[in-house]
Design a protein. Sequence first.
Length: 483
Amino acid sequence: MQLVYRSLLQTGYFINNNWQQCSENRFAVTNPATGAEIATVADAGVKETGEAIAAAEAAFPAWSGLPAKERAKLLRKWYDLIIAHTDDLALLLTSEQGKPLEEAKGEIQYGASFIEWFAEECRRVYGEIIPAPVADRRFMTLKQPVGVVAAITPWNFPVAMITRKIAPAIAAGCTVVLKPAEDTPLSALALAELAREAGLPDGVLNIIPSTQSAEVGKILCTHPAIHKLSFTGSTGVGRLLMQQSSSTLKKLALELGGNAPSIVFDDADIEIAVKGTLASKYRNAGQTCVCVNRVLVQRSVYPAFLEAYSKAVAAFKTGDGTAPGIQIGPLINKKAIDKVQELLADALNKGAELVMGGHLHSAGPLFFEPTIISNCTADMTLSHEEIFGPVTAIYLFDTEEEAITLANSTEYGLAAYFFSKDVQKIWRVAEKLEYGIIGVNEGIISFAEVPFGGIKQSGYGKEGSFYGIEEYLITKYVCLGNM
Ligand SMILES: NC(=O)c1ccc[n+]([C@@H]2O[C@H](COP(=O)([O-])OP(=O)(O)OC[C@H]3O[C@@H](n4cnc5c(N)ncnc54)[C@H](O)[C@@H]3O)[C@@H](O)[C@H]2O)c1
Ligand SMILES: O=C[C@H](O)CS(=O)(=O)O
């Protein structure tokens, strides 16, 4: 991997704007497309986590005391540096995570847009003056930063899931300790180098790459100096972190798993339904929390939908994401491949029909053929679990009520999609679907301007939009008496 700006390849842990190495404890970061080792990275543990928290705590008073306009200027410089280094950051991202370069460049832009957005939002954090019911008092509210924030992030969006937390946190005046995913730490470390170059003061952002997730996580959940924990990852880990955080009553944001339906009604524009479902389903080789996991098609339009959808899937090019024209990269690791194969075998054993694909791809051990199965039913495991791979599972339905019941029959509630041209149906269905995010006639719905987050077992808290900065603020009520 040849970077133009070699300072972006950092392999230490980042505390107080200093790169520090653990010579004895290191872990390898490998390229999922080739299996090649990209670098070894310092494996931060309990000691380094304590140092990072201390640095963030020490930096908090000065950083939170800085005028919002000054914080905004530094965030803007960070944003400009990220945009300027898009190609290098995308190559780094593709090398450690696998998504095609064009998708990686899109993630860099998307991730940077959170920094741009919250550089603007932080200057409009207003309190209120509340009309008092008595003459001798004046009521007001102050919005103040919550304090030191811990962030734990997943491997599937190694830039955007990080800036979606760090940007609002530091914009609000908080300081941060981040533990990125062990599969993809390099992108986070590159962002830290650019934050340092942008002039972020010592201790505002601290990053502890680690394979010791449970031990590091326990400290982040229980340390009294940390007032907020923002987690993006699986529902299982989210539940554990919530339990572990109870002893210090941390403010939590949990962005967890999903199980998105895509409902194609008989009045849908089939071309739009195919385009939207494909865009969501096969993004990042199906490894996103908002990927379509179940495609529910009204029986009368199934033949037309399947013909157009199959043609598009058959045209996908699978391979190393650094090669031109590739749409489907590798899965992140062997565990992910095994899970896709297990879910597929279970579905086929329970009556699903293989329409196309279904096997490991010849491009390498972590590549899977773009796959379609039909005749799926609710008793199949993949109806209730994230596939997290390039596999489309198609279900048939007859009535609108049946589709909504099927779509809602999951413990998750993150994203759902449906396709219809009937405006009254659009309102009815959007109101009845039990999800935090609804895409109507569209499969790509994530932007910094919108409130991203789920309900039910997909967690709670909103990232992005004007809601996003509230996650890192407290509202203080001040009563002025004897007036
Ligand atoms: N809702 C969202 O915005 C969103 C976004 C991306 C991914 N996800 C979800 O994340 C999952 C895939 O990501 P993943 O495999 O990295 O999830 P994961 O839960 O295994 O890991 C996520 C992060 O948590 C850390 N972790 C794991 N065990 C831990 C523990 N005991 N204590 C503390 N930290 C721990 C990991 O090291 C990683 O940094 C999927 O379920 C996906 O839906 C959700
Ligand atoms: O994987 C989950 C991400 O949140 C997806 S998105 O980039 O926000 O759409």
